[in-house]
Design a protein around this ligand. Structure first.
Ligand code: ADP
Ligand code: MG
Length: 703
């Protein structure tokens, strides 16, 4: 059997997908379920019972013993609680396997320990999970057994969202409604739904598990907190797209197979820029499925790495001095009949719709640049944004030369009469230029780039859920489309009104467009002149969640209530403080118990050597110099350690979450850097064989 047929055969074999449903469900039940999935119609209890029964039978045939409502609480990872299919024993002492519609649709995990940011008092700690039937159920099989996974949303007793999924589904509804309004104005009467399409490129590092286990910082914090740069980093660019070593190739092979079985369309794999860094990208799918699949990808990367004696680091910046990892969120809008609303199109009629759509996205990003930045904020991403090829913390949009030129013409003269790189153009007030797709070059430095027929949001951290960024994207664009429709629905001369609106938005939001080098110092200054927000840390970004502008928009489109937003801000401050606290305590532990003792011993050995050499009547200048240098660094390190202990204790004692997060940012983070600096220098002096942990070179060049 060839590899190709193999893939086709295993693809989706563990998914309760459309084919399986069509095969197993009675026609009427299948039709009802499809209606629910496609049109959001409520599912009646009888249908739910039949679906549940068939799902259970199918899962048991696959070997499943349990089912779980799989949800995404605000911890950044997924949660599951397993229930077996067995029913209460019958009179004869035997059990049946049962799974009802009720159990499929609704679950009630005792969820009082998940972050709720004050939304739930402990006395009313009920949380509910509700089946998201738009994301297919699947079984996960491994040596430990087989379990049926049901993707769900997670809410409080009073219906407030406690997870990533609920607001995501709400935002998809918002953009569906507004985008339908928008395309109807342009004469589309046939499309029934507009769905955000999302493709996520996932970056990760692989290190040897034995070495990983020898570093407390990797184990507790997911990144190195100490570590001198090896003589070679990534400067030769010889890893990027380089040929893939056997051990890694074998890892990728297994990853692909596991993901294909789960219906994840793993497509592209390659070595990334930094040594030991790699990337995996599936083919784009509906937004909520893409979010689920990305969670599965992250889990599978970890699991398979473990099985193969490797460890997968998903942290945004596992190693200082080389590239960090991100997640590119490729986003577009697709109708149910397959039209991509971000495709420039071939005719002027399509162009004009496209250009207004483009201007609406610009308007959305300009108005809510702070929110978009916030959606990519996590403690790990603070180490990455702005450094080493990463997107800067300033949000701007890259359109490419051709579109930017069209925009400038529109602003200058009210019409675009030509486009760069050839192509005859139709002129006239109501006619806009045809655009050929490949006239846009790439700009790797832009955090938000138009790439032909989609936008690519590159700020997202590698470890973070992509739900947050997509909630923001969907909602801000829904708002912009809604504003445009409010104006256009009242217009007497529609083409003229569209034209005026394109021109108006182009002029008003041109400041968000930046095609230059986003990593340069000049851009930081230029962005400040343009009045674009620059929010360097997560703590700086969190307030944008609860600004009046944000609350008003999220409430208008029923994505978040004010209380939900406030609870999320609270959770994020806490998450930040906890993450930095763990890092600081890990550094204190490593420095006190592992590193300083080694240095003390080293200085003692050096002093002994000095005496011995002196006795032999030989010059000891070099030894003394080394001893002096080491002792000075040791002093510096010891002082920095005490300082770190003091400020960490002080920050930890703060009560209010925002105040506490700021204390960690302003006092603990600099103190951590203060401790790292002398220790990294010491690593370059002390014998390699006595250094208490694997070096950067051991970790990233010897996988
Ligand atoms: P690039 O080279 O521009 O990064 P790729 O072809 O490698 O683009 O695709 C990157 C990701 O974007 C993949 O997950 C791909 O499926 C996805 N993608 C491609 N077209 C679209 C689209 N129209 N909407 C959303 N995602 C898309
Ligand atoms: Mg890309």
């Amino acid at each position: 059997m060839s590899d190709m047929t193999n893939v086709a055969k295993i693809f989706g074999e563990n998914v309760f997908n459309d084919t399986v449903m069509q095969e197993r469900l009675p026609k009427k039940v299948y039709k009802d379920l499809k209606k629910t999935i496609e049109e959001g119609k409520a599912l009646d209890p009888v249908t739910a019972d039949v679906v549940a029964h068939e799902m259970k039978e199918w899962a048991i045939e696959k070997g499943a013993t349990h089912y779980t409502h799989w949800f995404q609480p605000l911890t950044g990872v997924t949660a599951e609680k397993h229930d077996s299919f067995i029913s209460a024993p019958m009179a004869n002492g035997k059990v049946l396997m049962s799974f009802s519609g009720k159990e499929l649709i609704k679950g009630e995990p005792d969820a009082s320990s998940f972050p709720s940011g004050g939304l739930r008092a402990t006395f009313e700690a009920r949380g509910y999970t509700a089946w998201d039937c738009t994301s297919p159920a699947f079984v996960k099989k491994d040596q430990n057994g087989c379990i049926l996974y049901i993707p769900t949303a997670f809410c409080s007793y009073t219906g407030e969202a406690l997870d990533q999924k609920t607001p995501l589904l709400r935002s998809m509804e918002a953009i569906n409604t507004q985008a339908l309004r928008f395309i109807r104005l342009f004469g589309n009467t046939t499309s029934k739904r507009v769905i955000p399409s999302v493709g996520i490129e996932q970056e990760y590092f692989l290190v040897d598990r034995e070495k990983y286990l020898q570093r407390e910082d990797l184990v507790f914090a997911g990144r190195t907190l100490f570590g001198a740069m090896p003589p070679k980093g990534q400067e030769l660019d010889d890893h990027y797209f380089g040929s893939i070593r056997d051990r890694i190739a074998n890892f990728m092979k297994v990853i692909n197979e596991e993901l294909w079985k789960l219906g994840v369309t793993a497509k592209t794999q390659h070595n990334e820029v930094a040594p030991a860094q790699h990337e995996l990208a599936p083919i784009y799918v509906e937004c909520n499925v893409a979010v689920d699949h990305n969670q599965l990808i992250m889990e599978t990367l970890k699991k398979v790495a473990y099985r193969q004696g490797l460890h997968c680091l998903l942290h945004e910046k596992p190693f200082a001095g080389v590239n960090g990892s991100g997640k590119h969120d490729n986003w577009s809008l697709t109708t149910d009949d397959g039209k991509n609303l971000l495709d420039p199109g071939k005719t002027p009629h399509e162009n004009i719709q496209f250009l207004l759509m483009l201007m609406c996205v610009l308007r959305a990003v300009d108005k809510h640049a702070d929110l978009l930045r916030e959606s990519a904020a996590d403690p790990g991403n603070d180490c990455r944004l702005g450094a080493h090829e990463a997107p800067p913390a300033i949000v701007s949009v890259f359109l490419g030369e051709q579109l930017e030129d069209v925009m400038e013409q529109l602003i200058a003269t009210g019409e675009a009469t030509h486009s760069l790189k050839g192509g005859k153009l139709e002129t006239g007030v109501k006619t806009l230029p045809g655009l050929s797709k490949d006239a846009t070059d790439r700009n790797r430095t832009s955090p938000f780039a138009f790439t032909g027929n989609k936008f690519e949001f590159r700020m997202v951290g590698s470890r973070d859920s992509v739900a947050g960024p997509n909630v923001v994207l969907n909602t801000i664009v829904a708002e912009a489309l809604s504003d445009a429709c409010d104006i256009l629905e009242k217009a007497e001369d529609f083409p003229m009104a569209v034209h005026d609106l394109i021109k108006k938005y182009a002029a008003e939001h041109q400041r968000i467009v930046f095609n230059g080098n986003g990593y340069s110092e000049e851009w930081v200054e230029e962005a400040a002149r343009r009045g674009l927000p620059n929010l360097p840390t997560m703590v700086d970004a969190i307030p944008s969640l609860v600004s009046e502008k944000s609350v008003e928009m999220f409430e208008k489109f029923h994505v978040f209530t004010r209380a939900e937003l406030e609870s999320r801000a609270e959770i994020k401050y806490e998450a930040y403080a906890k993450a930095i606290n763990i890092e600081a305590r890990t550094m204190i532990d490593m420095a006190s118990k592992q590193i300083l003792p080694v240095i003390v011993k080293y200085t003692k050995d050096l002093a002994d050597t000095v005496n011995a050499v002196k006795e032999a009547g030989v010059d000891v200048d070099v030894q003394l110099e080394l001893l002096k240098e080491t002792s000075e660094l040791l002093r510096e390190a010891k002082n920095a350690l005490e300082q770190l202990k003091t400020v960490t204790a002080k920050a930890g004692a703060k009560e209010q979450s925002e105040v506490q997060a700021k204390a960690y940012r302003d006092e603990v983070v600099p103190a951590m850097e203060g401790l790292r600096a002398p220790i990294d220098k010491l690593e370059m002096i002390v014998n390699k064989n006595v250094w208490p942990m694997p070096s950067y070179a051991d970790l990233i060049f010897e996988v």
